[in-house]
Design a protein around this ligand. Structure first.
Ligand SMILES: Cc1ncc(COP(=O)(O)O)c(C=O)c1O
Length: 406
């Protein structure tokens, strides 16, 4: 079942840490992943031997930095199967990528009465930017409902929901439920009504093979730090069709081709959307992360995380009265749950005392939690370096906590 060798854990210095006297069990991967040595080394090497600003210098170091930065763009384009390297815009993360679309595309394309279609399971990063846009333009926010604790989209009235939609922005994998949404099918439906599409791939990039052309979306957003890369680097992939009509997001150096005192002409994409000095070391680290993931194998990663999620789900059923969220079968590596009589915060705090890192709260999906009628869940989220043994240890610790608190 497990196609991933446990030796892989040795590539990650953090996985050898002792936390509160116990070997770390890191189950907070939906928040951010740990980093392999190859990513750390690539960034160290960049700063030691290639550090300069990009696109500006005629000197050797600037040429090296530019080459490294642009090679990362090529690598991301290949990783996402984007048709062209110009489709890849580097941002600070998925949040900035979505804000870029809401601000730049939304500003010139949305007006009062237009509909922005989201789902009820969106992360705040794919909700609040649209709320700000709706407030500014008078557009309407509409939501595809989430059905029950299984947490799948209720598509019964989908054709009605698509009426008047100008943009659909939906998550690929829910960070709270682990649900994998049918993004390809929904993009086809959106296109049929002439709507633009954005897929929030923060939880799917680096967790399954991704192909923007197969998904058929206009925009795809993701973060480097959730796929073994560094923080502060993310990607917005933009279809060629929309690049020319997308106005600049921020002004500054790099994004212009000619500047006068009163006006400016803007650079071609993707540089038009990368104002100022970019996160060059971040791009280098992201490049190394993508190389690493391809070596591990994205299908193996997907299967491994799904297997661990199903295994944990099955073992959690040993606890009477437990409420587990998200699908039973096809799912990402995220399991959220609440135990009767044990507050999720107590569970997470006591698990931490045993060296187990889980997340507690609404996981930036507060409206979803309100709909489910719970203020907080405990969430274990996996990556390919986690093991069934770690899940067993987690279950033992929960057993002890339940005994203590009941
Ligand atoms: C589904 C989803 N979308 C967007 C984000 C935001 O990502 P970032 O904080 O890296 O910008 C997250 C982060 O948890 C997420 O899980």
């Amino acid at each position: 079942m497990n196609a991933i060798n446990d030796n892989i854990r040795e590539d990650f210095p953090a996985l050898a840490l002792e936390i509160n006297g116990h070997r770390l069990i890191y189950f907070d991967n939906a928040a951010t992943t740990q980093k392999p040595r190859s990513v750390l080394a690539a960034m160290q090497q960049y700063y030691e031997y290639n550090n300069a600003n990009v696109h500006r210098g005629v000197h050797e170091l600037s040429n090296r930095a530019t080459a490294a930065y642009e090679a990362a763009r090529d690598r991301v384009a290949q990783f996402l199967n984007a048709p062209d390297r110009a489709d890849i815009i580097f941002t600070r993360g998925a949040t900035e990528s979505i804000n870029l679309v809401a601000a730049a595309w939304g500003d010139v394309n949305l007006q009062k009465g237009d509909v922005i279609l989201l789902t009820e399971m969106e992360h705040h990063s794919n909700l609040v930017p649209w709320q700000l846009l709706a407030r500014k333009t008078g557009a309407e926010l509409r939501f595809i409902p989430v059905a029950g604790d299984e947490g799948v989209l209720d598509l019964a009235n989908i054709d009605v929901l698509f009426e008047g939609v100008k943009i659909m922005a939906i998550t690929h994998i829910s960070n709270a439920l682990g649900t994998i949404n049918p993004v390809k099918e929904l993009c086809i439906k959106a296109k049929a009504v002439g709507a633009v599409t954005l897929v929030d791939a923060a939880q799917s990039a680096g967790h399954m093979p991704l192909d923007v052309q197969a998904i058929g979306c206009d925009f795809l957003a993701c973060s480097g730090h959730k796929l073994c890369g560094p923080t502060g680097i993310g990607v917005l992939c933009v279809s060629a069709k929309l690049q020319e009509e997308l106005p600049p997001y921020q002004g500054g150096g790099e994004m212009i081709s000619n500047v006068e005192f009163q006006t400016s002409e803007f650079n071609i994409p993707p540089h038009r959307f990368e104002a100022g000095t970019p996160n060059i070391a971040g791009a280098v680290g992201l490049h190394a992360a993508l190389d690493y993931l391809d070596e591990v194998g994205l299908e193996a990663i997907e299967n491994h995380c799904c297997d661990l999620a199903k295994y944990l789900r099955g073992r959690l059923l040993e606890f009477e009265g437990i409420r587990i969220f998200g699908p039973t079968a096809e799912r990402g590596g995220v399991v959220s749950f609440v135990l009767p009589d044990v507050h999720a915060l107590d569970l997470a705090t006591m698990a931490d005392q045993q060296g187990i890192a889980i997340r507690v709260g609404h996981h930036c999906t507060q409206p979803l939690h309100k709909k489910l009628g719970i203020p907080a869940t405990a969430r274990a989220s996996f990556y390919f370096y986690n093991t069934r043994n770690e899940v067993d240890r987690f279950i033992e610790v929960i057993q002890k906590i339940v005994k203590l608190l009941r």
